[in-house]
Design a protein around this ligand. Structure first.
Ligand SMILES: *Cc1c(COP(=O)(O)O)cnc(C)c1O
Length: 400
């Protein structure tokens, strides 16, 4: 079978695809159908937190598969109870949380938006420019990129966008109609932009002053990616709603949104998901939490992330504008388009992501070792060295 021709013929077409067919993965590596090995610094778009096919997640899934694969939330389940309890010990703020389980980041954001509207009885949601919160109609309404939004308007009413890190703009926008402010503590797809600590602190205060809720979208930053369990901890700012996804299941689809336990339970029937809280996903997420803790991968992400950023700053190239990031979420802002650089790195056996038109983004598995990071830095160095002179950048579709 010609895999690429067959897939191209029948797939929806919504993804900008690379000329690469992956058939196997282990640890930081993936292999194509010809047996060529690649170092995966995309981390499966930030999902393969423990690397590809992590033994602990495989074992947990296998064991769960032999016991019970399906258990909708109208029934109780042992794995789900264990996961809800385990999440208490990793979520920030030292407070108790209630948690809605779902299957993806966009679903977690959708739930957060609904819960915020329910809790406040208000409609308006303030999001940030460059924000990415997902592609379903509610999450898309919070997402900024006009190329993603415009073809699908009208979107959900009540959303507006302010410049990220702009306290005055938020002050002007927030008011008695505001249900919530939704932010990524480190903007991911928008170009890897860590928030200013002062902006997040001011946002918390403005939300409190106006009776609005603060939603953190930690779909990309959660579960150790930034060198803390959640990026909120770097800032000492506690959100009211915290959305999770991506790496949470170590490769298995799961998402969640947490809200303060002292709200009490939401009204029965207010929300739901057929697959939400399924025992397979819960088993995978439990194994992720246990492994992150046992192997101290969160601390490791902080340490190696700092080393990696330091190494990238040593690259002598006029094409590099800036290195940004937190932990193992790192962006290299360029004066040229990212796509040709990514293509060149792929030829060198290293896979990385774009974040907007001119940022190369690295989301390596947290099990990555220093010599892997050196290999990534060298591949980038070589690609930049061979790149043509800067041209004006153009908007392109991102990869999530
Ligand atoms: C990837 C991402 C989403 C969307 O998650 P999906 O699982 O693709 O729906 C939402 N928010 C952020 C910050 C993300 O990085």
């Amino acid at each position: 079978m010609d895999i690429q021709a067959t897939e191209s013929r029948y797939t929806s077409g919504v993804y900008p695809k690379r000329n690469l067919t992956l058939v196997r993965g282990e640890g930081v590596y993936v292999w194509d159908e010809q047996g060529r090995r690649y170092l995966d610094a995309t981390g499966g778009q930030g999902v393969a937190l423990l690397g590809h096919n992590p033994p602990a997640v495989r074992a947990a899934l296998r064991a769960q598969m032999d016991r019970l694969m399906v258990c909708p939330e109208i029934f109780y389940n042992d794995r789900r109870a264990e996961l809800l309890e385990a999440l208490q010990s990793v979520l920030p703020g030292g407070r108790a949380w209630r948690i809605f389980l779902c299957n993806s980041g966009a679903e977690a954001v959708e739930a957060a938006i609904k819960f915020a509207r329910w809790r406040t009885g208000r409609v308006e949601i303030i999001a940030a420019r460059r924000a990415f919160h997902g592609r379903t109609m509610g999450a898309l309404s919070a997402t900024w990129n006009p190329a993603y939004r415009q073809p699908f308007e009208p979107l959900v009413p009540g959303f507006r966008h302010i410049p990220f890190n702009d306290v005055e703009a938020l002050e002007a926008a927030i008011g008695p109609e505001t249900a919530a402010v939704i932010l990524e503590p480190v903007q991911g797809e928008g170009g890897v932009w860590p928030a200013d600590p002062a902006f997040l602190r001011a946002t918390r205060k403005l939300c409190d002053d106006h009776g609005a809720l603060l939603i953190f979208d930690e779909v990309q930053t959660g579960f150790g990616r930034t060198g803390r369990w959640f990026a909120a901890e770097h800032y000492g700012v506690l959100p009211d709603l915290l959305a999770m996804g991506k790496g949470m299941g170590g490769g298995f689809p799961i998402g969640a949104v947490a809200f303060p336990a002292d709200w009490g339970p939401l009204p029965s029937g207010a929300h739901g998901s057929t697959f939400g809280g399924n025992p397979m996903a819960c088993a995978a997420a439990l194994a992720v939490i246990e492994t992150l803790r046992r192997e101290q991968l969160v601390e490791r992400a902080a340490r190696l992330g700092a080393l990696f950023q330091e190494r990238l700053r040593q690259i002598r190239s006029s094409l590099v504008r800036e290195i940004r990031g937190l932990g193992l979420m790192v962006g290299v802002a360029l004066r040229v388009r990212a796509t040709p650089i990514l293509r060149r790195m792929m030829e060198e056996g290293v896979l990385a992501l774009p974040a907007g038109p001119d940022v190369v983004r690295f989301l390596p598995p947290l099990i990555v070792e220093a010599h892997h990071l050196e290999q990534i830095a060298r591949a980038l160095e070589r690609a930049l060295h061979e790149a043509p002179a800067p041209v004006p950048s153009a908007i392109e579709g991102g990869e999530g």
